[in-house]
Write a protein that binds this ligand. Structure first.
Ligand SMILES: Cc1cc2nc3c(=O)[nH]c(=O)nc-3n(C[C@H](O)[C@H](O)[C@H](O)COP(=O)(O)OP(=O)(O)OC[C@H]3O[C@@H](n4cnc5c(N)ncnc54)[C@H](O)[C@@H]3O)c2cc1C
Length: 406
């Protein structure tokens, strides 16, 4: 990859920089806020959601939403290098990340890959415009890493499906308009073959959203209950029983979007490095060592992200490199945590601009696939090591001794 701008990229950079300078002002990321609240809003933080929607609307109107998406669905159809240029310029200008991270990073790409034309026409443009926010309804109390073991039940009733069950960890459900749902529609086949994927209206009768309080003090994820929720068959994505294949597209996009979104400037490493001087610890060899390591790894991660996105833009579905990038983000987060302890010293006990970020770092090793599960994927699919024993692989889900509520 040549990192110098082509004439077209240079022209796009100038255009993007000028547009950002004019529009980002009222939306500029507040460096005093922590990492978590930059991604999902807490239940009390309705103002943040409204600002996020307004910023998304500005991006859409300016032609900067869905840069890589097809034009017919509201995107701009740009190539990889210009998306990278945009990321650099947006970060440098202090632009906030999208409020619709699940919509733009996961639900949208999945609908583009697997949805009907009617679904694409209905959902993609309002999603990009920020009019409709999305959440992801995959994890359950007994199906997280093993998400193919979901027991939320979808039963066909004429032209509708009736959904019953419980989801958990559902980020943004308290302000989402739609959710992407993985549910079990067949208990008589092995777990991966009995799932179906739906788009669910989060305000449909029978959907209950309850925020969960986290150790950060905020509540950005929820438990969600489905009691006889009726979902039209037109909101099924792909064939009945093909839900797992569709979910894999979502999960790969999730890991890609986590792995590629935090390696640049978005996670505040620049602030930390500036603070080295402000707090008078720039000469401390231990702190310097940690700072240098963080800088090197954040740069490696940035280029790893470029490589993965480059593959995506060549028309290939993101593969295990998304898992590698996500694991690298988590490792970097842990180092940043240590660095911040060294930087803040006894001040770690007080609340400052790093508190939320530090309290959020442990969650990074769980959300979007735990470290252990990602290492399994890398071991099997990148390194070609023998697979884990999977005793339930060919057994009808009804006969598996876990999750046999059917
Ligand atoms: C901040 C945050 C936001 C989230 N947002 C969402 C969301 O919006 N929507 C959604 O659907 N989910 C969401 N999740 C859920 C997330 O995807 C799950 O927490 C994750 O997949 C792990 O599942 P679990 O919590 O059930 O843990 P478990 O799967 O029960 O794992 C428990 C422990 O066992 C280990 N383990 C499990 N299986 C294996 C194995 N095969 N080999 C080795 N070790 C293993 C795990 O690594 C972990 O340490 C979110 C999670 C977090 C932390």
């Amino acid at each position: 990859m040549d990192f110098d701008d082509t004439p077209e990229d240079a022209a796009f950079r100038a255009e993007a920089r000028a547009w950002l300078a004019e529009h980002v002002g009222p939306y500029k990321v507040d460096a005093e806020r922590g990492g978590e609240s930059l991604v999902f809003a807490d239940v009390e933080d309705t103002d943040y959601v409204e600002r996020g929607r307004a910023w998304q609307q500005e991006l859409f109107d300016g032609g900067y939403a869905g840069l890589g998406w097809p034009k017919e669905y509201g995107g701009r159809g740009l190539g990889i290098s210009q998306r990278i240029v945009w990321g650099q310029e947006a970060a440098a200008a202090g632009a906030p990340p999208t409020i619709n991270i699940i919509g733009e990073g996961m639900a949208g790409p999945t609908i583009i890959a697997h949805g009907t034309e009617e679904q694409k026409q209905r959902y993609l443009t309002p999603l990009l415009r920020g009019d409709e926010i999305w959440c992801q309804l995959f994890s359950e109390p007994a199906a997280g890493s093993d998400v193919a073991a979901v027991t939320t039940r979808a039963v066909r009733d004429g032209e509708e499906w009736v959904v019953n069950g419980q989801k958990v960890w559902t980020s943004a459900a308290h302000y989402a308009n739609f959710g992407i749902l993985l549910a079990r529609s067949n208990w008589d086949v092995p777990k991966h073959r009995g799932c179906t994927y739906f788009i669910v209206d989060m305000h449909a009768p029978g959907v209950t959203v309850r925020p969960l309080r986290q150790m950060t003090g905020g509540a950005s994820f929820n438990e969600v209950f489905f009691d006889d929720v009726r979902v039209p068959d037109s909101q099924r994505v792909d064939q009945e029983g093909n839900g797992w294949g569709v979910a894999v597209t979502t999960l790969m996009n999730e890991r890609m979007s986590i792995g590629t979104s935090m390696g640049g400037t978005g996670f505040g490493y620049e602030n930390m490095l500036e603070d080295l001087h402000a707090r008078g610890v720039a000469d401390n060899p231990h702190v310097r060592q940690l700072a240098a390591q963080i800088y090197i790894e954040s740069k490696c991660l940035q280029y790893l992200g470029y490589r993965a996105v480059s593959k995506l833009m060549q028309g290939q579905i993101p593969g295990p490199e998304g898992s590698v990038a996500k694991l690298a983000v988590t490792n970097l987060g842990r180092k940043a945590d240590k660095f911040l302890d060294a930087l803040r010293g006894p001040g770690t006990m007080l609340h400052d601009r790093y508190t939320d970020m530090q309290l959020w770092i442990p969650a990074m090793a769980i959300a979007g696939g735990t470290d252990e599960v990602l290492r399994n994927i890398i071991g099997e699919r990148v390194l070609g090591l023998p697979g884990e024993p999977r005793v339930d692989k060919d057994v009808p889900f009804r006969d598996v001794p876990v999750g046999t509520l059917g």
